[in-house]
Design a protein around this ligand. Structure first.
Ligand SMILES: Cc1ncc(C[n+]2csc(CCOP(=O)(O)OP(=O)(O)O)c2C)c(N)n1
Ligand SMILES: [Mg+2]
Length: 386
């Protein structure tokens, strides 16, 4: 059986070397800037260029989409370096190369909506207003971080931003997402929930029960499967025998679409349609976004089981490069614009890292906070000797 990706008729794209260096500093004038307070912003705000973008079939919010992808990549590149330098502990999972999915999807949600990210969806957190400083506070186990220094890994989220903290057991955020969407349905205010998981997670009973119940209750939910070809070292062909995971949707009575997960325009367009359907009471949609896991499962995994030509194929389809090329062709992005943006993001990331580094670790006396609903009785201890 030849791999599915070989049949792709999409053109491969090579990185364009931008002309001239751009200085480190603030974001270019055309780039989307997150609100200073880190709060959620309008779902599709755009600084301008909307008519030109629309004419080229590009979302009016293209600056925001590009900025989110580039910022997410810059943060993860920094985390990768910090890990290799021994400056962050534990392990590290990244979504480099998959940014178009969380960025393209979460940008359709607003302050009345909720998202349930999986473990490669940093761009979705950022879209909801989680700041680079929040991310570094998390990975440096700092007191002010989203997990209060109890976790320094990908299992975080901020309810204040409408983000369900990521649940390690996969895809156990999905039944919760169904419940959250039921709450949104009962509120009757048009709120939706967008939930993410990987291809491997679709083989669990929890996944099937969640999709079924979401359909039966017709809750306002958009379910996104990021099919990055592998679940740890297990390739798609050892996971399932359907040609597309989207095919499973009609079995549960809901629409299912397969999209190119490296094309942020395609992701954004389809998730937009699914969100609109959910908001107007037409129930859930399942979207399979096809992409590639470009790193190992986590940083300890060299992924020697992945054929190099498969990685090469997808490297040429890098979502940031693909989008930048399209923006150049439409005359929206100035020459070297993506590099200029990357440099600004790198500066922002460095500042955020330094800020987090200077923040205190949790006070040991707070150890039991958040563990018990009510303060526990004083421990009954007995001297071991004597
Ligand atoms: C119920 C459960 N089993 C096993 C794991 C360990 N685990 C973490 S990520 C992962 C691979 C998941 O693959 P996939 O859903 O395709 O997501 P990807 O990592 O490829 O993004 C596994 C097996 C887990 N977190 N939860
Ligand atoms: Mg996977």
């Amino acid at each position: 059986m030849s791999p599915r990706w070989l049949g792709s008729s999409r053109p491969s794209v090579r990185w364009r070397v931008p002309e001239g260096p751009a200085p480190l500093g603030s974001r270019p004038s055309w780039a989307w800037t997150p609100p200073a307070d880190g709060a959620d912003s309008s779902p599709n705000g755009s600084a301008g260029h909307a008519p030109a973008a629309e004419a080229a079939g590009i979302p009016a919010s293209w600056e925001r989409l590009l900025s989110l992808m580039v910022l997410s990549r810059a943060i993860e590149d920094k985390l990768n370096n910090l890990f290799l330098q021994g400056r962050i502990r534990g392990r590290l999972l990244m979504g480099r190369g998959q940014e178009a999915i969380p960025a393209g999807a979460a940008t359709h949600t607003g302050s009345n909506d909720l998202i349930c990210p999986a473990h490669r969806d940093l761009a979705a957190h950022l879209a909801r207003g989680t700041t680079p400083t929040d991310v570094f506070l998390q990975y440096l186990w700092r007191d002010r971080g989203p997990s209060g220094g109890r976790d320094g890994d990908v299992h975080f989220g901020m309810w204040s931003k409408g983000v369900l903290p990521m649940i390690s057991h996969l895809p156990d955020s999905w039944p919760i997402a169904v419940g959250l969407a039921l709450a949104k349905q009962r509120e009757g205010a048009g709120g939706v929930v967008v939930a993410f998981c990987g291809d491997g997670a679709t083989s669990t009973g929890t996944w099937h029960e969640s999709v079924n119940l979401a359909s039966v209750w017709q809750v306002p939910l958009v379910l996104i499967v990021e099919n990055n070809q592998y679940a740890y070292s297990t390739p798609n062909q050892l996971e399932f025998r359907v040609a597309s995971l989207a095919e499973r949707a009609p079995g549960y009575g809901i629409p299912g679409w397969r999209v190119d997960g490296n094309d942020v325009v395609e992701v954004h367009e389809h998730v937009g349609r699914a969100v609109a359907a959910a908001r107007s009471g037409r129930g859930p949609t399942l979207i399979e976004a096809v992409t590639m896991r470009m790193d190992g499962h986590a940083i300890h995994d060299p992924a020697q089981y992945v054929p190099p030509e498969l990685l090469e194929h997808w490297r040429r389809r890098d979502p940031i490069q693909l989008f930048a090329l399209r923006l150049h062709e439409a005359g929206l992005l100035p020459p070297g614009g993506e590099l200029e943006l990357r440099r600004a993001c790198d500066a922002e990331v460095e500042r955020a890292y330094q800020e987090a580094l200077a923040a205190p670790e949790p006070d040991p006396s707070s150890l039991l906070e958040g563990v018990f609903a009510a303060p526990p009785p004083a421990p009954r201890t007995r001297p071991l000797f004597g």
